[in-house]
Ligand binder design. Structure first.
Ligand code: SF4
Length: 289
C-alpha cells in the first residue's frame, strides 16, 4: 500500500504553479475565466448550494473517523451542525448567505437529505478508506505539475485502487458529465503516476439523485489524457507572460460571476497583474467539488 502524501507536501517550503482539475476545466471553457479565477483571484459570491456541498463533504470526511458501527444516518446528521460551524468559522462571510434562521434551518435539512442520498448508495460501516480529502501532487515527465484533492481513495486487500468523488449537485447531464469525468481522469492520472498503478475504478456518487457512475480507466486513455493536460498547460504558459487570456463565450457565461468585466459583454478586465510568483501559487490550486 502506498504512503499518503500529505506529510511530504506539508514540509515542502515552496510550491510552484500547478494545474488543478477545476482550473484546467476553466481554461478549457474560457481562458479569460481561468485568468480571473487563477491569476486575478477575483472574489466570487458563494451560493447556498456550493457551501452545502462543502459542509456535506466535511461530514463525509468526519464520518470515517467514527467507529464503523456508528456510521449510520442519524450519527452523520449529528455531524452536520459542527461541520457547518467549522466552515463558517473559516469563512465568516458565509453567514451572510441566510437572511433569517428559518432559511438556514431549511438549508441544513436539505444537507440532511444529501446525506440520506449518500446512505442510499453505500454502507460506510463496511468500508475503511485508505485516504479522505487526499492532497496529491505529481509532476509529469514533461514538467507539468498536477495537484488536486481527492475526496476518497479506497484500496482493496488485493491492492486495487478505487477513486471516489462525491457530487452534491444534480446528476450529470452533458457538460456536467464531461466535467466530472475530466476531473476523475485527472485524479486517476495523478495516482497512476504516483503509485505506478492505474486505478481500477473511478466512482462518482451523485448524492442528490442517489445515482453512482463507475468508470474503468485504462493506461492508453490516461496517456492520451496526459497529452491533453500538457497541451492545456502549454497554452496557459503561452498566455501567462502577456496576459493574453481571451474570452470564449458560451451558454455557461450565464453562470460567470465576472460577466461585467468581460469584453465579450462590453466589460473591461482589470489590468493584468502578471503571472504569480511560485510562493503565491496557491492561486492555481483550489478545492474542487
Ligand atoms: S462571461 Fe463568458 S466569456 Fe466572459 S469571462 Fe465569463 S465565461 Fe468567459
Amino acid at each position: 500500500m502506498a504512503e499518503p502524501l500529505q506529510a511530504d507536501l506539508a514540509t515542502r517550503p515552496l510550491r510552484r504553479p500547478a494545474l488543478s482539475p477545476s482550473r484546467a476545466g476553466d481554461f478549457k471553457q474560457c481562458p479569460l475565466l481561468y485568468r480571473f479565477r487563477a491569476v486575478d483571484r477575483l472574489p466570487e459570491k458563494p451560493t447556498q448550494a456550493q457551501v452545502r456541498g462543502t459542509v456535506v463533504h466535511a461530514v463525509l470526511e468526519d464520518l470515517f473517523t467514527l467507529p464503523a458501527a456508528e456510521r449510520v444516518p442519524d450519527r452523520a446528521k449529528e455531524l452536520l451542525a459542527p461541520a457547518w460551524e467549522r466552515v463558517r468559522a473559516e469563512r465568516p462571510e458565509f453567514a451572510d448567505l441566510f437572511s433569517e434562521s428559518a432559511e438556514e434551518l431549511e438549508w441544513l435539512r436539505s444537507a440532511e437529505s444529501l446525506l440520506d442520498g449518500y446512505f442510499g448508495l453505500e454502507d460506510p460501516r463496511r468500508l475503511e478508506p485508505e485516504s479522505r480529502e487526499l492532497l496529491v501532487e505529481s509532476e509529469l515527465p514533461s514538467g507539468v505539475l498536477l495537484r488536486g484533492y481527492i475526496d476518497r481513495v479506497d484500496v482493496a486487500p488485493t491492492g486495487e485502487i478505487r477513486v471516489v468523488d462525491y457530487k452534491t449537485g444534480a446528476a450529470p447531464r452533458e457538460v456536467g458529465e464531461a466535467k466530472a469525468l475530466f476531473q476523475m481522469k485527472f485524479y486517476a492520472l495523478v495516482l497512476w503516476r504516483l503509485r505506478g498503478e492505474v486505478p481500477r475504478q473511478l466512482r462518482l456518487m451523485y448524492l442528490a439523485d442517489r445515482q453512482a457512475l463507475a468508470y474503468q480507466p485504462d493506461e492508453a486513455e490516461l496517456r492520451r489524457f496526459e497529452r491533453t493536460l500538457e497541451a492545456i498547460w502549454a497554452a496557459i504558459m503561452r498566455a501567462a507572460p502577456t496576459g493574453d487570456f481571451r474570452p470564449s463565450p458560451s451558454r455557461l457565461c450565464d453562470y460567470c460571476d465576472h460577466k461585467a468585466l468581460c469584453p465579450a459583454f462590453d466589460g473591461t478586465p482589470p489590468p493584468y497583474p502578471g503571472w504569480p510568483e511560485p510562493e503565491e501559487d496557491e492561486t492555481i490550486l483550489d478545492r474542487a467539488d
